[in-house]
Design a protein around this ligand. Structure first.
Ligand SMILES: CC(C)(COP(=O)(O)OP(=O)(O)OC[C@H]1O[C@@H](n2cnc3c(N)ncnc32)[C@H](O)[C@@H]1OP(=O)(O)O)[C@@H](O)C(=O)NCCC(=O)NCCS
Length: 159
């Protein structure tokens, strides 16, 4: 895996432009310009913080599967960072999320020095809610985020 960067723009724009992928993610689909800005912001985050979002690619073919990793949490009260995983539609339902999510989180704990990581899941997103416990997240009290009651999940550094 490599950090998600502006060189991933074509593939990332295709995933983030897909309504079915983004319908439960902050703000919905992203156009190409918004995606470009988010990739640049992620690159700056890696430089300043030493962690961020990864571009997830098939180890054999190199095909772009999606993104996963950490961002600054801006909407969860009391949270510093937020974990997220977004896979392209053709890769859903194959167990990719659990496998990749565990690899990304394991790596993240070696880079991020804080003790807690949060995640948000929309109540109508059962796939998101199903994958987080597999990664060690526990559900907290729901919170009002972007005008909707959303699930807040949290995991802690062990030991
Ligand atoms: C959430 C997401 C990453 C899951 O990816 P995935 O590769 O399909 O997940 P997996 O195949 O590893 O399945 C994880 C679990 O979710 C369950 N699941 C998947 N889709 C589901 C659905 N529509 N309804 C209920 N459960 C579902 C699977 O059954 C599996 O549980 P199980 O192993 O107990 O059967 C993917 O759907 C996605 O990218 N969605 C859009 C972005 C998003 O919502 N991200 C979550 C916010 S962190």
């Amino acid at each position: 895996m490599l950090p998600l960067s502006p060189s991933d723009l074509d593939e990332a724009a295709a995933v983030f432009g897909d309504h079915r992928v983004m319908m439960y993610i902050d703000g919905g689909t992203r156009d190409r310009a918004t995606t470009a800005r988010s990739l640049e912001a992620n690159q700056r985050c890696w430089k300043s913080e030493g962690w961020g979002l990864w571009a997830i690619r098939d180890a054999t073919s190199g095909a772009f599967l999606g993104q996963g990793g950490l961002q600054r949490a801006t909407e969860i009260i009391g949270a510093t960072v937020e974990f997220g995983l977004i896979l392209s539609r053709r890769n859903w339902g194959k167990g990719v999320a659990a496998e990749v999510g565990n690899a990304v989180l394991h790596d993240t704990w070696n880079r991020y020095t804080g003790s807690e990581i949060h995640a948000i899941v929309h109540p109508d997103n059962p796939a998101g809610a199903a994958v987080l416990p597999k990664l060690g997240f526990r559900r907290q009290e729901d919170d009002l985020i972007r005008g909707e009651t959303q699930q807040v999940w949290q995991t802690q550094r062990l030991g």
